[in-house]
Design a protein around this ligand. Structure first.
Ligand code: F6R
Length: 261
């Protein structure tokens, strides 16, 4: 696992957007896995700026959703499908056909989960998966004690996650669904490159447990330690509880430039 400490969220967004641009220069039809929430927005902004500046061609890129609320009506502005269309697909000028996601409105949720795992595999697998992290260490919506081998399935959100996400629902926790479909941890680990971005002091404990704690289902993001190509990008505030912060800074500062992220 590589840990890169950046000054702030904007620098993290720029660094990850450049890694995505590099990937698309090598593989123009790459499948990019996207997280929602506040953290990855600087990545999408920086990537959109590169596209508008002509620095990268994303016209053949494909986008895959990480998770979805269950039970929001189709087209609800806070469904993750609507969110990804608004924040990623439209700004990048991609067609909605280039977009894969689980069906949070399906009557047979289990079948929808299995269909999504199949669709990801048939699309050749995710090349680069962007991840955020919950204050409780979740990735996607794999809450603490999710199986590290889990596949895409329905999960019940913790009260803390519903409180954290109420800000997207006019601050009203009653509007936040209790259930979600999320790629499982086993599914996420199949992506070729995992890039987790964490910013702000509120993520410092979760980041320290992810990077320096044991691999444990209690901290779902710690499963990144099992992946051969995982990059954790953190700002100074999110890095503030890392014991090895100086080591990570030294290693990154001396990294051969050809290696990229
Ligand atoms: C949502 C997702 C979640 C978020 C996490 C952090 O698609 O994957 O794991 O990344 O809840 O959310 P923010 O970035 O809003 O703090």
């Amino acid at each position: 696992m590589e840990v890169v400490i950046v000054q702030d969220a904007k620098a993290g967004g720029e660094l990850i957007a450049e890694a995505i641009a590099d990937l698309l220069r090598r593989k123009p039809d790459a499948l990019l896995g996207v997280a929602t929430g506040s953290t990855p927005l600087p990545v999408y902004d920086a990537l959109t700026a590169k596209v508008r500046a002509g620095a990268v061609d994303v016209s053949r890129a494909r986008i895959a959703q990480l998770d979805e609320y269950v039970g929001l009506p189709a087209g609800h502005p806070e469904s993750y499908r609507s969110t990804v269309l608004r924040q990623v697909v439209e700004p990048l000028g991609l067609s909605p056909d280039a977009f894969l996601g689980p069906d949070g409105t399906a009557e047979d949720v289990q079948a929808a989960c299995e269909a999504y795992d199949r669709a990801l595999a048939e699309a050749g697998g995710v090349d680069l998966q962007i991840l955020g992290i919950g204050t409780d260490g979740h990735i996607g919506f794999n809450e603490p004690c999710s199986s590290l081998a889990s596949r895409t399935r329905i999960k019940t959100l913790t009260e803390q996650t519903r409180i954290d996400n109420a800000r997207f629902f006019d601050g009203d926790i009653d509007q936040v669904p209790h259930h979600v479909i999320t790629q499982g941890i086993g599914t996420i680990l199949e992506a070729r490159h995992l890039v987790l971005l964490a910013t702000g002091e509120g993520k410092a404990d979760a980041v320290a447990a992810t990077v320096e704690g044991p691999v444990a289902a209690l901290v779902p993001a710690s499963a990144l330690q099992l992946h051969p190509h995982a990059t954790v990008v953190v700002d100074e505030a999110a890095a503030s509880k890392l014991k090895l912060a100086d080591y990570f800074r030294h290693t990154y500062a001396n990294k051969p430039s050809w290696q990229g992220l």
